[in-house]
Design a protein around this ligand. Sequence first.
Ligand SMILES: Nc1ncnc2c1ncn2[C@@H]1O[C@H](COP(=O)(O)OP(=O)(O)OP(=O)(O)O)[C@@H](O)[C@H]1O
Ligand SMILES: [Mg+2]
Length: 273
Amino acid sequence: MSADRRANLPILQAEVEQPILLEPVAPILPPVAVRASGVCKYYGPYPAVSDASLHVEYGEVVVIIGASGSGKSTLLRCINGLESITAGDLEVLGITVEDHNDVRHAVRLRCGMVFQSFNLFPLLTVEQNVSIAQRLVKHRSKAEAEERSMAALERVGMARHAGKHPSQLSGGEQQRVAIARALCTDPELLLLDEPTASVDPELTRGIMELVAEIAATDVTVLIVTHDMGFARAAADRLVFLHDGRTIEDGPVAQVLGNPRHVLTQSFIKKARL
Ligand SMILES: Nc1ncnc2c1ncn2[C@@H]1O[C@H](COP(=O)(O)OP(=O)(O)OP(=O)(O)O)[C@@H](O)[C@H]1O
Ligand SMILES: [Mg+2]
């Protein structure tokens, strides 16, 4: 009906009495790799994470710092879907992470994680450790998985150790195998929990270069570290956790050079000593 004809119609009683009720529309937020708001994780009565908020854009490298026991690893495990959260909102790669195994599994399939304790299978060789996730998660053939594993091991300087078992490797070597394993599943989000904890300064530089290479391929990277030099070199942004709470979140130069919160100032001061 034309606008002119509608203007000439008498106003219907129904139109006057029943205003159109619009449903409240939830704001449409732009997609981000990780959006955490007020996330809590309790183990029994104990809060490992008590109010963590985090915003990681696709393609960013974000580093989480904080004292031992501040909840960094727990937060990474929640983001990776390994742990359910007790309260708060968490969205990872567009998935709202609920306390539902299938949802958390869907998140895990798209993330790669390098654990603080490496979590390599002791009875498998280095190559088998790197291949197994590809076979199970990516359903690759044995030959393809092996080929990719060897390429990834080459990339982290571990190809010559492919036939060894984890117990025959140093801590730093195990760490590099764990990185190769995570890379081979083509993660959209890579979570690295203290990737330089067991390596010497030269290997730290190698891992920094690797992180820069990975970040250049559009993979989003979230790193936990105690190494401020590594944080400064690798991060776009820095997040400081204290007692399970996000205290400060900002550009790396600002948080390290001019921290706003007194707790961040004290942590950075001690870290410099
Ligand atoms: N499965 C668990 N059961 C009970 N408490 C836990 C569990 N996992 C972690 N915690 C506790 O939660 C707190 C945070 O642990 P988390 O491992 O996340 O700290 P972190 O910041 O990674 O420390 P670090 O720098 O030493 O690795 C610690 O006090 C720890 O004892
Ligand atoms: Mg930890």
